[in-house]
Ligand binder design. Sequence first.
Ligand code: PBG
Length: 326
Amino acid sequence: MSAFPITRLRRLRQNEMLRELVAETQLAPNDFIYPLFISEEISKPQEITAMPGIKQWTVKSVVKEAKRAYEVGIPAVLLFGIPSKKDGVGSEAYNKKGVIQKAIREIKSSVPNILVITDVCLCEYTDHGHCGILKNTIVDNDPSLELISQMALSHIQAGADMVAPSDMMDGRVGAIRKLLDQNGFVDTPIMAYSAKYASGFYSPFREAAQSSPQFGDRKTYQMDSRNVREALREIELDIEEGTDIIMVKPALAYLDVIYRAKNQYNLPLAAYNVSGEYSMIKAAAKNGWIDEKRIVMEVLTGIKRAGADIIISYFAPQVAEWLQNK
Ligand code: PBG
């Protein structure tokens, strides 16, 4: 290799077309999954204060938003439900007539081609706000698996294309796979929130999904942010249990985890650009401190460059529009 003055890296940066030609990372609308919140508690779409531009939708109005995303080229939505009744065992989560089950049917009948993926977790459905059921004040792993797999099955029976367990109980992927297979859904894929960290970046989501734990925190089931080898173990176990897609969440403070997962495993890898990552950009942009479009593109490109094949982001339809008008 010859160094300067033979080699000049600036040669390939001279103009837009040269830069386009040699760019190593490209974002496309079909990289994205768009999360949607559907609430049974409202009669019209409701702004989420902590996530400017993102709304809670009713079962009817969410169809319009899914359609808007589909029309700009987003291939998939990820649904979260807010039920009007909560109890200790999250009964509404696996109710055939629950809010998510209804929303799945509405979206699939009006926008049949968009992939409907559902978040599978009890925290929005339990009155204590934890992701599994309780024994005294402990989140009880094994009995929770039964309910979590019933929830997944009811989403698929309602017409969902894929389930995404986010509860972080041990063994949930295997339990869901088994129940889906027993019911003939052998072709239904699972996207596991494999390495999901106990993170401060979820705060705005907790307003959006009304799912704050009523006591304690999620550190007994979600991962410790100081660990990366443990993330690889989580991913490995999910693969053994039969997941089809693995996920790292959040994305920005965990780019090393994304990079390691990409190098080590050959499954499609998703990264969740979570609510706090969204809201921080929105807040800074609103104050005029940063250029929103530029920062969003830089951040999402960074997540893809680190190794994500799929990015779950509240910016999805906006980014798809920007990409189309490039
Ligand atoms: C449910 C769930 C959460 C998120 C996705 N699924 C919240 C949590 O675990 O506390 C966070 C998503 C976001 O912040 O955008 N367990």
